[in-house]
Design a protein around this ligand. Structure first.
Ligand SMILES: [Zn+2]
Length: 126
C-alpha cells in the first residue's frame, strides 16, 4: 500500500468524526506490518478530557484485535491550512509500539513523512 493510499483511507475515516466542539475533523489510518489497515476518527465529548484523537482510535481498534506491529499511520485533518501533527499523548501512544513507525500527513498540500522518533525524540519507554 502506498502512502497516498493510506492517506486516502485516513481522509475517508475523517467523515465519521464526531467533533461538534472544535469542528476540527481528524481521520487516521494505521497500516500493520502484515498489511492490514485500521481506521479511526476523533471523537469529542462534552467532558473534554474524555475526547479521543483519531490516531488513538485507529490504534486502539488495531491493538484490541491482536495487532501490535505497525508500519505507518496516516493522519488527515479537515483544516488543510494546518498540518495534522499528532498531539503529545498520541506521540507517546504511537512510540509505545515502535520508534520507527512512519507518520504520514499533509503539509502545504503535499504528503510528508516523519518517523515517530523525529516527532518524539527520547520518547518514554520502560
Ligand atoms: Zn492526539
Amino acid at each position: 500500500m502506498t502512502d497516498k493510499e493510506l492517506y486516502d483511507k485516513a481522509e475517508e475515516a475523517m467523515l465519521f468524526s464526531y467533533s461538534p466542539y472544535s469542528n476540527y475533523k481528524i481521520g487516521a489510518a494505521v497500516l500493520t506490518k502484515c498489511g492490514k489497515v485500521f481506521t479511526g476518527c476523533n471523537i469529542e465529548n462534552a467532558s473534554y478530557g474524555a475526547t479521543i484523537c483519531g490516531e488513538r482510535t485507529a490504534l486502539v481498534k488495531a491493538i484490541s484485535e491482536g495487532n501490535k506491529e505497525f508500519e505507518a499511520i496516516a493522519i488527515a485533518g479537515s483544516d488543510e491550512s494546518v498540518p495534522s501533527f499528532p498531539c503529545g499523548i498520541c506521540r507517546q501512544f504511537i512510540f509505545e509500539f515502535g520508534s520507527d513507525i512512519r507518520i504520514i500527513l499533509k503539509e502545504r498540500g503535499k504528503l510528508k513523512t516523519y518517523t515517530i522518533s523525529e516527532l518524539l525524540p527520547k520518547g518514554f519507554k520502560l
